[in-house]
Design a protein around this ligand. Structure first.
Ligand code: CA
Length: 219
């Protein structure tokens, strides 16, 4: 699960990041509003934790724009502002939850879990896409009777394609979302990983190469 923290106070940021990482979440951060928004829309996240008083762009403006562009992405506001008007405005603009600072880490973690639970697949941890089934807990993929054990990276890559089934995803996007690279490392890691996946999934692998564009999972 990938969480983006948009928070300008270094002390709070490192406290939150450490707490979330200790729970096994993958955490990245941005220290101002504009950067935070850019990062939020550029990559795939499971949750954004958003401060309101931020340099360059206010949290509420970030929220409004983010909700317009990524309406399904849950945003948890974490702010020292306690007035009802601000809270209601936050919910109006699309916030999923509003937590007041200072907050005990345990409470924040509980609220984060609630948001992420809503993102998890309901069918016993199985994500289905045509004949392909992904077992989230076992990190396995199944096509018909064939069961493949996947590495963490292979699983995340395949899951990303499944989440965007039918759409072409560029190598750059996959590098950013699955590997966390915001630059091209000048290697063919994506292609190599796709090749491994195809080999494991066998001749029925529904991964298509779209020339000069990227990869697509046949929906
Ligand atoms: Ca702040």
């Amino acid at each position: 699960m990938n969480i983006l923290l948009i928070e300008d106070e270094a002390r709070i940021l490192s406290f939150l990041a450490r707490g979330l990482e200790a729970e096994g979440y993958s955490v990245e951060s941005a220290g101002d509003g504009r950067l935070g928004l850019a990062l939020a829309v550029a990559r795939t996240w499971d949750l954004v934790v958003l401060d309101l008083l931020l340099p360059s762009m206010s949290g509420l403006d970030v929220l409004a724009e983010l909700h317009r562009r990524r309406p399904d992405l849950p945003v948890l506001i974490l702010s020292a502002r306690s007035d009802l008007q601000t809270k209601l405005r936050g919910f109006e603009l699309g916030a999923s939850d509003y937590v007041q600072k200072p907050v005990a880490l345990d409470e924040l973690l509980a609220r984060v879990r609630v948001q992420l639970r809503r993102r998890e697949p309901v069918d016993g941890g199985l994500i289905c896409c045509g004949r392909l089934e992904l077992d989230v807990e076992r990190r396995q993929a199944r096509i018909g009777a064939a069961v493949c054990e996947l590495s963490d990276r292979e699983f995340r890559l395949l899951r990303h394609l499944v989440d965007h089934a039918g759409k072409v995803i560029s190598r750059e996007r996959l590098l950013a979302d699955v590997w966390g690279y915001t630059f091209d490392p000048g290697s063919n890691v994506v292609d190599v990983c796709i090749r491994r996946l195809r080999k494991k999934l066998g001749p029925d692998a529904p991964i298509e190469t779209v020339r000069h564009a990227g990869y697509r999972l046949a929906a």
